[in-house]
Design a protein around this ligand. Structure first.
Ligand SMILES: N[C@@H](CCC(=O)N[C@@H](CS)C(=O)NCC(=O)O)C(=O)O
Length: 208
């Protein structure tokens, strides 16, 4: 049985969504952020030493890091669904999106969150951070021009992985100039599997 270690209001929401899209049986083990620090509780380190979420267990081992989990679920349990054929250029695109989300696009958004907490002291860093956010959101917005999904004509793990970038950007009020991202996110939110995952995951207020 696949077990998802789900931290409230976190990246593990996209793993619940992924599992709902694949209609796989799974269990949720819930972990609660510390109300003051927003950090994960120490017991998550018993699942994997980093103590981060998402982490899943399956077949007696832990798999961590969102993109690796998405890739694992699709390869091991997808039966050909939600990823292009590995021999096609579409698969290369799919892999690039999987890596790009946390490898590049998330960084300026995280920096924005932390530097904003510094108040005035963080001011000198903000123009550079805003410039990078615009660079990444502009790129994603252009990639979605005239497209329903990031790769091909149907939902893939790339959309699931990249959705969190859009979630965070929206929570930080950064989507006004990026209508393709905003529309794509809205369509993802309309999917029955998304709604089921949200119901199972509980509160999902990002940006705090
Ligand atoms: N790049 C990792 C990030 C994992 C991560 O930082 N998760 C956050 C939740 S969104 C976390 O566990 N935060 C609590 C903490 O750091 O204690 C992934 O995508 O899995």
């Amino acid at each position: 049985m696949i077990v998802v270690h789900h931290l409230n209001e976190s990246r593990s929401q996209r793993i619940l969504w992924m599992l709902e899209e694949l209609e796989l049986p799974y269990e949720i083990k819930r972990h609660q952020r510390d109300a003051a620090t927003r950090l994960a509780p120490p017991e998550l380190k018993e699942v994997h030493p980093l103590g981060k979420s998402p982490v899943i267990t399956d077949d007696g081992r832990a798999v961590f890091e969102s993109a690796a989990i998405i890739d694992y679920l699709i390869r091991r349990h997808g039966n050909g669904r939600m990823a292009p054929d590995p021999k096609t250029p579409a698969y290369d695109d799919y892999q690039m999106w999987l890596h790009y989300a946390e490898g590049s696009a998330m960084l300026p958004l995280m920096l924005f969150m932390y530097v904003t907490r510094l108040g005035e002291a963080g001011g000198p860093l903000q123009p550079r951070i805003e410039g990078e956010i615009a660079n990444h959101l502009g790129y994603i917005n252009a990639a979605l021009e005239g497209r329903a999904f990031l790769v091909g004509d149907s939902l893939t793990g790339a959309d699931v992985q990249m959705s969190f970038i859009a979630e965070v950007a929206k929570a930080f009020g950064k989507l006004a100039d990026y209508p393709n991202i905003a529309g794509w996110l809205e369509r993802l939110h309309d999917r029955p599997a998304w709604k089921r995952a949200l119901e199972k995951g509980g509160t999902y207020n990002l940006g705090r």
